[in-house]
Design a protein around this ligand. Structure first.
Ligand SMILES: *[C@@H]1O[C@H](CO)[C@@H](O)[C@H](O)[C@H]1NC(C)=O
Ligand SMILES: *[C@@H]1O[C@H](CO)[C@@H](O)[C@H](O)[C@H]1NC(C)=O
Ligand SMILES: *[C@@H]1O[C@H](CO)[C@@H](O)[C@H](O)[C@H]1NC(C)=O
Length: 562
């Protein structure tokens, strides 16, 4: 039994308190369990999360009193028999009463059920949650997940005032996803009404932009009232990375659209939150580690969330941080001209040197260990996308030499079966991975010369990048233009909110894009449809032709000659 209460800043060793001491029993109030996500599964352990906030008659919980929480994990949904792992953990106000335990002693590739309870009053229990482990790294690819396709549901950009998180619920109920991958913008930092007004559907936010630790914690607690989110968190493990809005809009390592640390130029004062960027970043990061079921990768580096999952010999899932860790200046609107002029500079970096070297090493090692697929979860659209006469410099188009280094690494080391996942953009973009403007080796018609594929998914609820509430037909006109301008872009879709699901076996990878109709976000309901489905075969490094089987239910598909 290992006990750990982990957060970015505070680690309370559970051994400081023993259950025999009456300390926790002095708590006069009981602990309701609000929701209990889990995540970062390995082959014999998985992180369990809960929050055990005291409810007292008085206004504020006592900041000095630790709360004891018991956990137990079982191999059956009715929690019969001996738990495979159990124990006590303490939490307190220091970590917003959140609890993370690393439940161990589990068998690889199996489903588990778990529950938390109040150490001082076993009758106070959390709902039962379901989670799973992944196959151990050496499991042959065709045996992973018992030989059934491994389904990873991929999300980005969940914006509370814009509507219910029905996407999560559909992925959980209808798709039975094995794990949820969130590529960031799990929440947004805006004051009520600034980006989305949810009053008509009872989704109301505090009237100030996030700046303090209390602001960030409160925002997370509000998001966690969404029924679809709660259900999805309780039914499968999540693997998350942040994007910009977990701190502020269009962040780079030292600033965002509305805040930086430059007192001289008013960077700390011009933010609506009146806060310097570094202060916001430090509390945003802290709240994220408290509230998300993420393993802290390096004990001494809370900013490091880039990490790798070896899921049998089927795949490596490599999660990157192109936002907060060490990113050079991005397009924060007021500096667009400057960033445009910097976009080709060789030293510009999305990830920082250390992470970039680690990423290259992961790709190489994944190939060496014989994993079939290399799935890369990261934030912003990777492929070159010419939008009319513009590029979006907040995407990889603003860091061209860095993208070139990645494509060079893949190409020179002949690393097959790279699948890049992207979020952030609020639209769907599916591309062959190719060197930008490469008309010599890359042939869009056949996909010859491509280096892999990119699946960039739309938002759970944030409005379309093509225009809020844009109709499918209006969006398709824009999509057709984008397809004409960008050879490697094969499918563009800009009106529906949704998510996509990778269904992975050793023989093929399928990517199904789910669309929700816009009106449905105003209610808690689960209508949706598969708007497009793509296949990738091992060794091909391109979308299987005919792309999307030759037909899609929404968006525009590139017309290819033969
Ligand atoms: C900070 O933001 C202000 C206000 O937009 C801008 O004028 C200034 O150049 C920024 N400073 C840095 C270092 O990014
Ligand atoms: C590709 O060509 C376009 C149009 O000429 C240019 O603006 C862009 O910078 C080129 N991309 C790269 C990566 O060189
Ligand atoms: C999900 O399942 C529910 C209940 O069976 C059904 O009403 C709904 O249409 C399904 N949604 C999707 C997207 O398949």
């Amino acid at each position: 039994m290992r006990l750990a209460l982990v957060s970015a800043f505070v680690v309370i060793a559970a051994t400081r308190y023993s259950l025999a001491t009456p300390y926790a029993r002095n708590v006069a109030y009981h602990s309701p369990f609000e929701s209990h996500p889990q995540g970062d599964p390995l082959s014999t352990s998985v992180l369990l999360w809960t929050r055990a906030a005291p409810v007292s008659g008085t206004s504020q919980p006592d900041q000095s009193v630790p709360i004891c929480v018991h956990f137990a994990i079982f191999d059956n949904p009715t929690l019969k028999g001996r738990p495979l792992d159990s124990g006590d953990a303490f939490t307190s106000w220091d970590v917003d009463f959140t609890v993370k335990v690393d439940a161990g002693n589990l068998r690889p590739d199996s489903w588990y059920w778990y529950q938390f309870s109040d150490c001082t009053n076993a009758k106070t229990k959390s709902p039962v949650g379901r989670t799973r482990t992944f196959a151990s790294p050496n499991t042959p690819a065709h045996l992973v997940n018992g030989g059934k396709p491994l389904k990873l549901a991929v999300f980005s950009c969940s914006n509370y005032p814009f509507g219910f998180f029905n996407a999560y619920r559909i992925a959980s109920e209808n798709v039975s996803a094995d794990a949820f991958i969130h590529l960031g913008d799990y929440y947004y930092e805006y004051a009520d009404g600034v980006f989305g007004n949810g009053h008509a559907i009872g989704r109301i936010l505090p009237p100030r932009e996030l700046a303090t630790i209390t602001d960030y914690r409160t925002r997370l607690s509000i998001y966690r009232t969404d029924a679809g989110l709660i259900e999805a968190h309780q039914n499968a493990p999540w693997i998350t990375v942040w994007d910009d809005h977990e701190v502020a809009d269009n962040t780079w390592k030292a600033g965002s659209t509305d805040s930086n640390d430059s007192v001289a130029t008013g960077g700390c004062a011009f933010s609506p939150s009146q806060s310097c960027f570094t202060d916001r970043k430090s509390v945003g990061v802290r709240a994220y580690h408290e509230w998300l079921p993420i393993r802290q990768v390096a004990a001494d580096d809370k900013l490091r969330i880039w990490r790798n999952f070896r899921i049998g010999k089927l795949l490596d899932l490599t999660m990157l941080d192109t936002r907060q860790y060490d990113r050079d200046v991005t397009d924060d609107t007021w500096n667009r001209q400057l960033v445009a002029s910097l976009a080709d500079q060789p030293e510009r970096s999305m990830m920082g040197f250390e992470q970039e070297q680690w990423f290259f090493d992961r790709l190489t090692k994944s190939k060496q260990r014989g994993a079939v697929w290399r799935v890369v979860g990261q934030q912003v659209v990777f492929s070159q996308v010419l939008e009319g006469t513009f590029f979006n410099f907040d995407q990889w188009d603003g860091y061209r030499a860095n993208r070139q280094r990645i494509l060079d690494h893949i190409s020179q080391n002949k690393i097959d079966n790279v699948v890049i996942l992207s979020g952030d953009s609020h639209a769907n973009w599916v591309s062959d991975l190719a060197f930008p403007n490469d008309t010599k080796t890359y042939d869009p018609h056949t996909g010859r010369g491509a280096l892999g594929v990119e699946f960039a998914g739309t938002a759970v609820s944030s409005p379309s990048a093509f225009g809020t509430s844009i109709t499918p037909s209006a969006a398709n006109i824009i999509s057709q233009e984008l397809l004409a301008l960008n050879p490697e872009l094969m499918w563009s879709e800009g009106s529906f909110r949704g998510f996509f699901v990778l269904s992975i076996t050793a023989e093929k990878m399928e990517s199904s894009f789910y669309a929700l109709s816009p009106g449905d976000l105003r209610e808690y309901r689960f209508k949706g449809f598969v708007s497009a489905k793509f296949t990738v075969l091992p060794g091909q490094n391109r979308l299987q032709r005919p792309v999307a089987g030759g037909t899609v239910a929404a968006g525009a598909l590139k017309k290819l000659g033969v």
